[in-house]
Write a new protein. Sequence first.
Length: 449
Amino acid sequence: MIGIVTTYEGPPLPPGSIAGRLGGFSDIEELEKTGVDNSHLIEAVLGSKNELHNNYQDFQAFLDNGGRIGLQHDPLLYGAYNLNPFLVSVDRVPMLVIEQGEVAVIKSYVGLVSEDTSGSEFKFGTLVKPGHRGIWEEPIRTGKYPINPHCYRAEIVPTCILTLNWAEAVSEAHKLDQHLKSIIAKSREGFIFTIDLQVQIHVADTQAPKVISIVGTMRNLVNEVLQAAVGNHFRDKMQSMPAIKFIETRQLVQEEAFLHIEGKLRDYKIETKGVYIQDVILPEALVNVLTDREIANQEKATYKMQQEAQEQRILTEKSRGTADMQAELAKSQVGIDIKTNNAEAREAEGRGEASYVEQTGKAQGAQVEAVGMARAKAYEAQVRALGQTQTAVVNVVAALAEKNMKIVPEVLVAGGGNGVEGLAATLMKYFSSGPTASVEEKTKQLKED
């Protein structure tokens, strides 16, 4: 705790001042001329001059060093003090505590005249150096500070990832989203959706003074800026698309929401880390339609799987039957091969016999032709030698001799005396002599006769 001091004696405060500080802020002005950084200025502003008057216990020393009546800038730190209650009163207040992952942006109500340091491009208020009235351009970081809350107001800004829930749940770490509710949107067909959403943002510590200069407080950022940007985006998006399409393209809608919110918050010097649709509560009528459709799709898939199972079963049975008949199939295949080979052998044999017959016929024909030609030549020679009649008789005799035929009876009775009968008798005599004589011998004997 610290003690905020009010004095009841002394000269009045200068015009425009709400609290007295020994020597005013002339020391801060001198430090600025030396070009010190903001951290040294902050230490000088928050530093106490209570050692000059023994923490208001030596009230005369307080007056001698320029003390004035009224609210005092420098507070009392923790301890026990012997103070004159007719000259001094003390109100106890907590110290400013800044935790890890936070910074405090200081709004100063006392100090030197405001001099804007934000630049011409920044259009959202002014930023000043520490020791001037206005929003300090440098935030205060983790620690405890004895700051007079009547002279300075500290706006705590989380610099870690800040999670905001548009739902019934509330982030216990900061409770900035305690007034955020689930987003209620209507689809193009009129279905009403309830959407639970989560948005993650980040404020850089160096950008915290600008963020506060734009929105005033972090609660204003959440309740006024984010609430409008997020809620209106989802309402507009849902109203422009069918309910089924929103359900089917939920991921795409989430990505579009991220881009939209990121663009909006960029103007406020805030980084968007994520936009997540946590849950969507569908209207009961739409749930029934979707349920029936899904059941139908599942049944269709089941029937298709059953059909595939039956087709697979047919293939399995066919494979099993083929395997069972494999021995007979092999046997019949061998039989087919044997018959095929036999047929080919017969065909080859037939071709061989045909060729043999053809060749044999040609040979025999040639032989017959040669024999005939020889006989013709012999016949011509016999005709020239014997004459045509005798040649005929000789050939007849030869033909009969080749057949071993006996044409002469055992008893021959002849009569008459013409030449033909004598020739016939003569021939019969030669024929009756038996088959032992050759044709040439009989022919020779016939010539002699």
